[in-house]
Ligand binder design. Structure first.
Ligand SMILES: [Cu+2]
Length: 373
């Protein structure tokens, strides 16, 4: 089920009948010879929460696909142009956290701007509005930017998500498809082998303050922030557990890269059942991408505010099923395993409804595709 999202036109904030989509896979890219360009607009919207409550929110929208909070896909080294129109009631400032060009010029209310930068290092990044410090980011003006590598191969030619991968990253990606990980290498050419997870926490009081056009006192905002909804790709609970763009699905031997960013104010701890993940990269204090020199195998990974972490879900036979009992005969495929945040407050909606918070599934569709192991 898709939640309803509405664009709010004008300062009156009247609910419009225009339904809009939030599809992470609706990439906003429009590749041109010299680089990438995006036509985007800053909008005020109303979005339906998991319990039916409708809240005001801010968002960046792709002017062509109409997707809210699109994933911006570019390639390392390319020139990137953003043409942005600000349709909100306040001046806004688009920023790419973690890239060298962190601060562009402000965009006045009703104005348009063209911004340019260079995609300087492959990895997972985020865009946001920092004109009201953290407030408008948390209120929905955020999204992911993915810089794919221009080459991205290990010394032996295996594809990875990074240019000049570390020795540890190379060992892991080279090992995919061999004894420990029967099956295939990671496949960047298949969209189903990469998932993008954007985490956020929503306080209805903040959303209402922004809806009413009130100034947000930053100190008070940080002190009193009281999130009631916890979202993954803008969805919660049942919705995110059944969202085709959020749920990793595949057969044994089809590893999936999961790019994670936390746009909220709370620290989260995504925790996964069935398989462990391999933590590939994290965020440097200066905002860059840290390609890990050693790769921990974990079932929980920490995501502080503004953290960006890549993990690899290997899609191996789950350890809790003995080899002699594999493939399972009584329990039928697909085997569904949860990912839920270990910060327990995040599992609820409105402080009580469990499990309607930050959760999704991943699905093991069957033994090795084609049967050969
Ligand atoms: Cu659990």
């Amino acid at each position: 089920m898709r939640r309803r999202d509405f664009i709010a036109y004008g300062s009156a904030g009247v609910l419009s009948a225009a339904l809009v989509n939030e599809h992470p896979e609706n990439t906003a890219e429009a590749q041109v010879a010299a680089g990438f360009s995006f036509d985007l607009e800053l909008v005020e919207v109303f979005q339906e929460m998991i319990d039916g409550e409708v809240l005001f929110a801010l968002a960046l929208r792709d002017q062509i696909t109409r997707a809210l909070r699109p994933i911006l896909n570019v390639v390392e080294g390319a020139n990137v142009t953003f043409r942005i129109t600000n349709r909100t009631r306040k001046a806004r400032r688009f920023a790419l956290a973690g890239l060298a060009d962190d601060f562009f010029a402000p965009i006045p209310a009703g104005g348009s701007i063209q911004l340019q930068t260079i995609a300087n290092e492959a990895g997972t990044y985020c865009y946001l509005d920092n004109s009201e410090q953290a407030a408008s980011r948390v209120a929905g003006f955020h999204g992911m930017m993915v810089i794919a590598p221009s080459d991205g191969k290990t010394p032996t030619g295996t594809r990875t998500p990074y240019n000049t991968p570390t020795a540890a990253q190379s060992m892991l990606f080279d090992a995919l498809g061999t004894a420990r990980f029967p099956g295939e290498k990671w496949r960047p050419d298949l969209p189903s082998r990469t998932r993008t997870w954007v985490f956020n926490a929503i306080d209805p009081v903040l959303q209402q303050q922004l809806e009413l056009g009130r100034e947000v006192d930053q100190t008070a905002f940080l002190r009193t922030f009281y999130p009631r909804y916890f979202t993954l790709n803008g969805l919660s609970g049942y919705d995110s557990a059944h969202d085709k763009d959020t749920v990793p699905r595949g057969y044994v031997g089809e590893p999936v890269l999961i790019r994670c960013i936390n746009m909220g104010l709370c620290t989260h701890s995504p925790h996964i059942h069935g398989n462990h993940v391999f933590r590939l990269s994290s965020t440097s204090p200066a905002g860059g991408v840290v390609k890990n020199q050693s790769i921990p195998e974990v079932d929980t990974w920490m995501l502080g505010p503004l953290a960006r972490v890549d993990v690899l879900l290997p899609f191996v036979r789950p350890d809790d099923i003995p080899e002699k009992a594999w493939p399972p005969k009584q329990e039928k495929f697909p085997l569904k395993y949860p990912m839920h945040c270990h910060m327990e407050m995040s599992q609820t909606a409105r402080g009580g409804q469990y499990p309607q918070g930050m959760i999704t599934d991943w699905e093991l569709l069957g033994d090795r595709r084609g049967g050969a192991l």
